[in-house]
Design a protein around this ligand. Structure first.
Ligand code: SF4
Length: 391
């Protein structure tokens, strides 16, 4: 069995490749997602497959059965799945571009003699074809981003490093990022500083927050207060109700407490998938990550290209110290969550956040019943690794 890497066709019209898989089997640990007509059954299977955190294989029983394409589209657009999707079974070279546009990354083919036909089909990829379900950016913008996204991110990083003024950094980002600029706020101190700077800079951004239905009342009050203070709207993004129902049926209300896998599943449904859906179509994503926050964040760059989301991820506070942040917030009368004054440094969902003692690791107040390694909820983990390390 051979497999064709459809993703290569994303990179350049003339560059494509086909490579043999050693075993002909699914990618290691892949979950097979069968096509089913029953909507509820299908939804349950999708959620199960997404939560398994592996690559997903969709089998085609017949080459003219279009349901596999719809399933891949659903995974990308409705569920925000960013891992590998592989087509298996009866797929033919004529379907190569359709597979690509539907969100498939790879296709497994039984007849190695057909490899040249797949290559030929993919070679006609000219940039006029889009990964429609995966990356609905406008053609012109997508082509421009493809040209030199990484070097542009590096340039942007240099520009940001050249000034310490936060509002100026926001200006620089808005100028450098060609299209919708998204800012996801947790309403924590870092994000409140960025909100202030966005307001001061007069930059237009899609400002949103992920409401997990588990927030502290103080966090929700901070949201309202910030909207009033700055006279702007913060979009509130909630989890997909069907996904949530499936999670509750599977793990119960407190499943996040009983195992790391249960906690990852909860973060996946309540945070990661809604974030992925919301960022779709954005050209840039501003976050409040700082290098000082944890060992995991020590290498956070000012700007990078996130290939799986197809956008620039920008961290204008990456070099700021806690003292700089405190001074900025206080000098500018920035509204902050009152829980910070009670020892809550990193504030997430109420059942998963506690205050920390002076000198404790800033991330020690999150999921404290787990060990200290990799305390991330998955929001800031790259697409390739996202599903196997939502920690
Ligand atoms: S932080 Fe806790 S409650 Fe919130 S989504 Fe993650 S596991 Fe669930």
């Amino acid at each position: 069995m051979e497999h064709v890497d459809l993703r290569i066709a994303e990179l350049a019209s003339s560059a494509f490749a086909a490579s043999g898989s050693e075993t002909g089997s699914l990618p290691a640990g892949a979950t097979e997602l069968a096509v089913t007509a029953d909507r509820q059954e299908r939804h349950a299977a999708i959620v199960e497959a997404v939560l398994a955190g592996n690559a997903i294989a969709i089998p085609f029983a017949k080459f003219n059965d279009g349901r596999g394409f719809s399933l891949a589209r659903l995974l990308r657009s409705e569920h925000g799945f960013r891992g590998e999707i592989r087509a298996t079974g009866h797929v033919i070279p004529d379907q190569a571009l359709h597979l690509l546009r539907s969100g498939f990354d790879t296709a497994e083919i039984s007849d190695a003699d057909k490899l040249p036909h797949w290559q030929q089909a993919l070679s006609s990829y000219s940039g006029n074809y889009q990964m429609a379900a995966r990356n609905p950016l406008a053609l012109r913008r997508q082509a421009a981003l493809k040209q030199s996204a990484e070097s542009r991110a590096a340039d942007l990083g240099k520009q940001l490093a050249a000034t310490g003024d936060l509002a100026e950094r926001i200006h620089i980002i808005a100028k450098a990022v060609p299209g919708r600029l998204s800012f996801s706020t947790s309403l924590g101190k870092e994000d409140q500083a960025i909100l202030h700077a966005i307001h001061e800079a007069g930059v237009e951004a899609d400002i949103f927050t992920l409401d997990t239905h588990k927030h502290f009342k103080e966090t929700l009050a901070t949201l309202k207060r910030s909207e009033e203070h700055y006279g702007l709207k913060i979009r509130v993004i909630t989890p997909n109700e069907d996904d949530l129902r499936e999670l509750m049926a599977r793990d119960g209300e407190d499943g996040f407490r009983t195992s790391v896998a249960g906690r990852k599943a909860c973060c996946m449904i309540r945070k990661v998938l809604p974030l992925n859906r919301t960022l779709r179509g954005s050209a840039g994503w501003i976050t409040g990550l700082r290098r000082e926050q944890s060992a995991e964040r020590a290498a956070v760059e000012f700007a990078s290209w996130d290939a799986s989301l197809g956008l620039f991820k920008v961290n204008p506070l990456s070099d700021w110290t806690e003292e700089q942040l405190e001074a900025y917030v206080s000098d500018n009368n920035v509204p902050v969550n009152p829980l910070h004054a009670e020892g809550y440094v990193s504030i997430g969902c109420e059942p998963c956040t506690r205050a920390i003692a002076p000198g404790e690791d800033p991330r020690a107040g999150r999921w404290w019943w787990e060990n200290m390694d990799g305390k991330e909820c998955g929001l800031h983990i790259g697409g390739e690794r996202q599903l196997d390390k939502v920690a």
